[in-house]
Ligand binder design. Structure first.
Ligand code: HAM
Length: 462
């Protein structure tokens, strides 16, 4: 029976405070998306299995929550939203104005080993630009990624971005004479695991794709050097060592020029200091084709806070419409961990405008006013049982309302309500017809004050 009372491993219950924190994250993400002029979309949580097996890549396929529905269809809970976005846009590709700037906030499911920063159910803020082939889209998204952390007060001292490039890796594999795309993908997958696996295991992985031991060794030494390259010059030297032909040399030059322009654009967007060139990032998802990046907490090698990149071929493969695309996602689990660590989690207060106390015989009038106050957007509550006035007052204070409204028979004879402002203890007698206005004006004022006092959101761009 005990098992029934627990969540499944890697799943969470959200008690009201945790739910309020989650809602705050969602509100902040929507605010950032709005600042960058992105619009929200949504898609089903349950999708046809092939949507993910086709394109997400080996690692995610192993982690799917997949089953057969009652109609015999193979289905999966979404592990990510990118393939769904591709379907939505691909279906209306011709009529949508480009570039398309869409975001969504979704619950996702991956059967991972639950650990710090990784669960089996988690939320993501996904942001994508579709229909823009230039690196300006990457720059815009990296700026947005930074803003989605800085809105909570996280800045350069807390996080940094590792920016990498699958095109450089593909060109490097070509320079090694590895041209077959299946082999290239397999080796990119090995490179993605580089930091997490022992050297002898990696050698075995590489040997699955390369014919001779000499090749494996060349691959190893070269890959180590390229992974450590953190300047354009260092990358150039990795290629020079392989003596590439003129066509390849020109392709590398062009790519490095694009890198230079992207870094300039990031500087112009005041994001340059967050970004570190780091070819060690390859990313696990199979569909990336160009620049890729991940956000990490400064000084730690924990799990990524966000990740994304360019995926120019996925639209054509899934929908038949070729469209360039780039996007990223932030997860809620690591973000809340970091906000907790730096004490940047918002203060959660379940504010209450009015608590209503009534004497015998005044219930009807009091409830009429409760209705009017609620219709005007104020939060109002009262004790549901029948209690003496003294107990109602005692209870009222436990709720910490802005106002206690007292309906006494004497006051009602004059058509008045006693309104106590709890913080100042001021008591005012207000005519019932003026009650909504009186409380609304005061409540708006105190909400403004509160917002100024506790607003946890600071933007580095302010
Ligand atoms: P991803 O790197 O798989 O990319 O996930 C993005 C972020 O989601 C991660 O950096 C992490 O914060 C969070 N995340 C992923 N898995 C888990 C987990 N098991 N538990 C907790 N958090 C997790 C994608 O999903 C791509 N679809 C992003 C993208 C959008 N690329 C292009 N557009």
């Amino acid at each position: 029976m005990a098992g029934v009372m627990e969540t499944l491993p890697g799943f969470r219950d959200f008690y009201p405070t945790e739910c309020a924190v989650r809602n705050t994250l969602f509100a902040a993400w929507r605010e950032v998306a709005h600042r960058f002029h992105f619009v929200e979309f949504d898609s089903p949580i349950l999708e046809p299995l092939e949507l993910f097996t086709e394109k997400s890549g080996e690692e995610i396929i192993e982690q799917l929550f997949a089953f057969e529905d009652r109609g015999g269809r193979k289905v999966a809970l979404r592990p990510e939203t990118t393939p769904s976005l591709v379907r939505l846009i691909g279906t209306r590709a011709a009529s949508l104005k480009k570039p398309i700037r869409w975001f969504n906030i979704t619950e996702n499911f991956r059967y991972e080993r639950p650990q710090k920063g990784r669960l089996r159910s988690f939320y993501q803020f996904n942001v994508d630009i579709v229909g823009e082939a230039s690196f300006y889209a990457e720059a815009e998204l990296i700026a947005l990624a930074i803003e989605s952390f800085s809105i909570f007060g996280l800045g350069r001292q807390h996080l940094y971005i590792r920016l990498s490039d699958r095109q450089i890796w593909i060109l490097w594999l070509q320079a090694l004479g590895i041209g077959e795309s299946g082999t290239q993908m397999g080796l990119l997958h090995v490179l993605d695991k580089w930091e997490r696996r022992e050297r002898q295991d990696l050698e075995k992985d590489v040997a699955r794709y390369l014919s001779s031991t000499a090749h494996v060794q060349t691959f190893f030494i070269g890959a180590e050097q390229l992974r450590k390259s953190n300047t354009l010059q260092a990358i150039r030297e990795c290629f020079d060592a392989l003596n590439p032909n003129d066509t390849l040399k020109e392709a590398v030059n062009q790519r490095l020029l694009t890198w230079e322009k992207l870094l300039e654009e990031l500087d112009a967007l005041q994001c340059g200091s967050f970004v570190q060139m780091d070819l060690g990032i390859v990313r696990g998802l199979a569909y990336y084709t160009g620049f890729v990046f991940e956000v990490f907490e400064a000084g730690l090698d924990g799990r990524a806070l966000a990740g994304g990149g360019r995926y120019d071929l996925l639209f054509e493969k899934l929908t038949g419409h070729a469209l360039p695309a780039v996007g990223f996602a932030v997860g809620d689990v690591t973000l809340v961990d970091v906000l907790q660590k730096y004490r940047l989690l918002p203060n959660i207060a379940f504010s209450l405008d009015c608590f209503v106390v009534f004497e015998d015989g005044t219930r009807k009038q009091a409830l009429q006013d409760v209705g009017s106050l609620r219709q005007n957007g104020l939060s109002v509550t009262y004790l549901l049982g029948e209690c003496p006035v003294s107990k109602q007052f005692k209870k009222a204070l436990e709720y910490n309302p802005n106002f206690i409204l007292f309906y006494g028979s004497n006051e009602l004879k004059n058509n008045q309500v006693q309104v106590k402002h709890v913080a100042t203890h001021n008591v005012t007698f207000v005519e019932r017809e003026k009650l909504v206005n009186f409380v609304s004006n005061c409540a708006a004022g105190s909400k403004r004050e509160q917002a100024l006092k506790v607003d946890p959101f600071i933007s580095i761009f302010d």
